[in-house]
Ligand binder design. Structure first.
Ligand code: GLA
Length: 382
């Protein structure tokens, strides 16, 4: 059964009536441009078919009541009295808080939430929940959907309410993704460009079945190291440092900080080169840039893991593979590969078998297309 029918059926059973709205917000996979967003740099993610869905109807008071179908748990909160707590509902409350802080007048609603974006896998389930919640509030409160504004508020919800210091990439692609396209995001200006995927290749997500561990502390440490490098160069962010600047003055930096900076600076260049390659339909160059990104993340930024390295090596060995790398924050979760479309099924089966044999873990390998960003997908005629 599709998630759309599942969420509508659950709503009907629980609330004794059809939902007025169904909203959907996607997870994402990042093709290239990793750990660059909080350096004001460039990223190239695409929204995926896996998504968070909410079926809902407005309430006449200022309460929000939601049933999480997969967790079999209720959450309820009052928009007049938001209080921080723990658990999945914090993402919804954080959105309510951030939007209200920004002056939006929100109405209450009740609904059912479900989804198929795995948590902690580097596919950005939290941004999907945030943007689905934002669409739910939009459906009942009626404000304009300006993707960059929505993404900034979603990031604020996550930074200030949930307490995770993420960059802007995940919310931005969940808010602004476009079917069949990756999105080049300039994380300083939030300008975007849709970039079509080259013909004849597909994007494959390879879930290592490992989940990131102490990611928050390692992530925050990487951010601090990048800030230290930018500070040394006297610029607001590493976005403003070129490869030539680094070559000239890199020796002034501590060795670890220099490698962190080298990753970010080279990754920004690779991301722009990847866009140029895609615009020319050059999938081979795109693949080589993805390979180089992985090596840089593994050796210079040190955010890969043995499972991710194994998956990338096995993927890369397959003749149908043009390039592969870890994706997302790292330390576990998913890799992404660019694969010749004609060989994609064989690639998935053979890499899964090889990974199973090498690690004893059961991977999930998914051929995905680029999906649309967050949307109200169904609205009952009034
Ligand atoms: C996480 C963060 C993003 C980004 C990536 C790494 O997904 O939420 O903002 O920093 O890691 O590229």
């Amino acid at each position: 059964m599709s998630l759309l029918s599942r969420v509508v059926d659950a709503f009907t059973a629980l609330y004794d009536g059809e939902p007025d709205f169904v909203v959907r917000a996607p997870g994402r996979v990042n093709l290239i441009g990793e750990h660059t967003d909080y350096n004001d740099g460039f990223v190239l993610p695409m929204a995926i078919e896996r998504a968070v869905w909410i079926a809902l109807r407005p309430r006449s008071d200022r309460r929000v009541r939601v049933y999480a179908l997969d967790l079999e748990e209720w959450a309820e909160f009052d928009l007049n009295a938001l209080r921080q707590d723990k658990g999945w509902a914090e993402y919804l409350k954080g959105v309510a808080w951030a939007w209200q802080e920004a002056g939006y007048v929100l109405h209450g609603w009740e609904g059912v939430l479900t989804g198929d974006v795995p948590r902690g896998a580097g596919l950005s389930s939290s941004a999907a929940v945030e943007m689905a919640t934002a669409r739910a509030f939009q459906a009942v409160s009626g404000f304009a959907w300006e993707p960059a504004t929505m993404a900034r508020l979603g990031q604020r919800a996550e930074n200030a309410w949930v307490g995770v210091r993420c960059g802007i990439m995940d919310q931005m692609i969940a808010a602004a993704g476009r079917r069949g396209h990756a999105l080049l995001i300039d994380c300083r200006s939030l300008e975007t460009q849709s970039v079509p995927l080259p013909e004849g290749v597909v994007v494959v997500i390879l879930d290592t079945a490992t989940r990131r561990g102490l990611v928050d502390s390692a992530y925050n440490e990487r951010r601090r190291q990048c800030e230290a490098a930018a500070h040394h160069f006297g610029v607001p962010a590493l976005r403003d440092v070129s490869a030539a600047d680094l070559a000239a003055r890199g020796h002034e930096l501590d060795e670890v900080i220099r490698r962190r900076a080298r990753h970010v600076i080279s990754e920004n260049d690779r991301t722009l080169a990847a866009v140029a390659a895609m615009r020319q339909g050059d999938a081979h160059t795109l693949g080589r840039l993805m390979d180089a990104s992985h090596i840089s993340l593994r050796d210079d930024f040190e955010v890969s893991s043995p499972a991710l390295d194994t998956m990338v090596t096995l993927a890369r060995r397959h003749p149908g593979c043009l390039g592969a790398r870890m994706t997302g924050a790292g330390f576990g979760g998913c890799a992404v590969a660019l694969v010749a479309a004609a060989q994609a099924e064989a690639f998935a089966a053979e890499v899964a078998a090889a990974y199973r044999a090498a690690t004893g873990l059961e991977p999930t390998i998914t051929i995905t297309t680029a999906a649309d960003g967050a949307a109200i997908v169904r609205q009952r005629p009034l």
